[in-house]
Design a protein around this ligand. Structure first.
Ligand SMILES: NC(=O)c1ccc[n+]([C@@H]2O[C@H](COP(=O)([O-])OP(=O)(O)OC[C@H]3O[C@@H](n4cnc5c(N)ncnc54)[C@H](OP(=O)(O)O)[C@@H]3O)[C@@H](O)[C@H]2O)c1
Length: 338
């Protein structure tokens, strides 16, 4: 694993996790299929044993379930030994009428959007209670984005609320020393570009936008804008929600985009030829750009956690990346892992 400190000069004043590889908490919150408490604890323990010290979760994941599981796992760890990010934007309320969401067997809560200043303070307080810890490192404003089915083109109205509420409040919380950094956690590029224009963020979680399968827009529009402001990116869904680990599921929708299975097959074959594998290539690819401060695949088992750490440590021959570029399977200007 690349455990070298993050010391990009242009970003030196903005918080970056000390480790470039972390664990994402979507599967821990029962995405795709239920996970038992025991399996979730084992997955987190496996990640810890393999050396992972950056964890990302959200009130949204399993409607509180992921945060409670992380709390169970982290409560006896020294707070300075790990970095933790969670998110704000949805306040949870206990309810018998659990809404239909992507979560399988979630906790009995419903949710309300709140991107106001008071909503941020309330959400952070609620998260700390669920997590059973005294502080957060990074807070991401969650799913303030046109791909959020609850918002669609109304996302700009929510954005205005956040611009006047959540964003300045998070800056104040950073100045008060309550958090180390903040940004958005979103699956599209537009809201990040807009936030860079109107606020003072430190770090964004960009999911589904920088993977082996899809990366041109992030490379050409997102990265330069972040670099200009010295802001870094945590890459979420580096495996496209399991697709690049060989699962027939792409991101969080029902459909796999046309031609993607064939492209995956071609990359996989070239990887084998060069003595590596698809998942290893995918994780290292997403971690390679200097603007990326961490890559955080989700994990459901200790074996997956261990394998993903091994993937980050593996040596991939430069000839593999050259062949992907020659075959136009990845963009010519995509940074290659060293
Ligand atoms: N808007 C946002 O802020 C946002 C959006 C998306 C993601 N994120 C963050 O990014 C993290 C990563 O995204 P993700 O978890 O959704 O997707 P991902 O990392 O692209 O894929 C995770 C899934 O891939 C499979 N997998 C992982 N390692 C594997 C291995 N070694 N062998 C076989 N299969 C493996 C598992 O599928 P199974 O569970 O089926 O075994 C796992 O749940 C999230 O957990 C979250 O922290 C944030």
């Amino acid at each position: 694993m690349d455990s070298a400190p993050n010391n990009n000069a242009s970003a030196k004043d903005r918080f970056r996790p000390s480790q470039r590889f972390g664990l994402g908490g979507v599967a821990i919150g029962n995405a795709f299929r239920p996970t038992t408490d025991e399996q979730a604890q084992e997955a987190m323990e496996g990640a810890w044993a393999a050396g992972v010290r950056y964890f990302d979760t959200s009130p949204w994941y399993g409607l509180g379930l992921s945060e409670r599981r992380f709390g169970q796992f982290l409560h006896d760890k020294k707070r300075d030994d790990y970095v933790l990010s969670t998110k704000i934007g949805r306040l949870l309320k206990p309810s018998k009428n659990i809404p239909k969401t992507i979560w399988k067997e979630p906790s009995p809560f419903t949710y309300e959007y709140d991107y106001s200043a008071a909503g941020v303070r309330r959400s952070v307080e609620d998260s700390l209670q669920r997590l059973g810890i005294e502080s957060l490192d990074i807070v991401f404003i969650h799913d303030l984005s046109p791909d959020n089915g609850d918002m669609k083109d109304k996302w700009t109205e929510y954005f205005k609320t956040a611009q006047n509420g959540a964003m300045p409040e998070l800056t104040r919380m950073r100045e008060e020393g309550l958090i180390k950094g903040w940004g958005l956690g979103v699956n599209t590029i537009e809201p990040i570009l807009r936030t860079l224009e109107v606020a003072d963020p430190d770090i964004f979680l960009s999911a589904t936008q920088y993977s082996l399968m899809k990366h041109e827009d992030a490379l050409n529009r997102l990265f330069p804008a972040c670099e200009k402001k010295g802001v870094s990116l945590v890459i979420g869904a580096p495996l496209n929600a399991g697709f690049l680990a060989g699962i027939d599921r792409y991101d969080y929708g029902d459909k796999i985009p046309a031609g993607f299975k064939e492209k995956r097959e071609r990359i996989s074959k070239i990887a084998q030829k060069h003595g590596t594998d698809l998942r290893t290539a995918a994780l290292q690819f997403s971690a390679a750009p200097a603007v990326v401060s961490a890559v955080i695949p989700g994990t459901r088992s200790p074996v997956q956690a261990k394998d993903n750490v091994a993937s980050m440590k593996a040596k991939i021959p430069a000839a593999f990346w050259a062949e992907l570029k020659k075959e136009k399977l990845i963009a010519a200007n995509a940074p290659e892992p060293k």
